[in-house]
Design a protein around this ligand. Structure first.
Ligand SMILES: Cc1cc2nc3c(=O)[nH]c(=O)nc-3n(C[C@H](O)[C@H](O)[C@H](O)COP(=O)(O)O)c2cc1C
Length: 169
């Protein structure tokens, strides 16, 4: 079985809380990688990825991802699968809810990677999001500010889905 990379900022308290739960649910064959110090060699060493991409600055990526983008743009991600989770706040940012998930998904697709782990928009209340594709979100949206209690069940069900989508052999 391939090892999955779980990449998020170790400094970001909420993304790290989510990663802890994902790690628990995944069980084994998962490496925790710090997005703050990420190199392209590290990034290219895997086939399957779970990325923690919260949204900041009214619909933008946090600094640590923004800083990795120029290096990432040089990479060929063909044959690799990516699942993205992102924290956001649907009440205070209803026009940019979890945009970061959509920004990262689009970049990965341009570079040849495949996005997995789409989820339903049902259960959220927002106006607009760059993460929406048809009726779905192209990743897992988590809202600590307004739907904190739903985080754990959402993570548990998403990890089940990802295991099926990456066909753990
Ligand atoms: C200055 C600022 C800007 C934000 N902009 C957005 C936004 O555009 N869209 C969104 O969904 N959430 C936005 N948020 C909410 C954060 O994404 C949310 O607090 C999230 O839990 C942060 O996750 P992190 O601590 O893992 O980085 C913003 C929060 C702050 C403080």
């Amino acid at each position: 079985m391939n090892t999955t990379a779980l990449i998020y900022s170790f400094k970001s308290n909420k993304s790290a809380q989510v990663a802890k739960k994902i790690n628990e649910e995944w069980g084994k064959n998962i490496d925790l990688v710090d997005a703050d110090t990420l190199t392209d060699e590290q990034f290219m060493a895997y086939q399957n990825y779970i990325l923690g991409v919260p949204t900041w600055f009214d619909g933008e990526l946090p600094n640590y991802w923004d800083e990795f983008i120029p290096a990432m743009e040089e990479l060929n991600l063909k044959g690799k699968k990516f699942a993205i989770y992102g924290n956001g706040d649907q009440k205070n940012y209803p026009e940019n809810f979890v945009d970061g998930i959509g920004i990262m998904a689009e970049l990965i697709e341009v570079l040849g990677g495949e996005i997995i782990g789409f989820t339903e928009t049902e259960g959220y209340n927002f106006e607009k999001s760059f993460a929406v594709r048809g009726q779905k979100l192209c990743g897992l949206a988590l809202d600590f500010e307004n739907q904190n209690k739903q985080n754990i069940p959402r993570i548990v069900s998403w990890i089940k889905q990802l295991k099926a989508e990456t066909t753990q052999e």
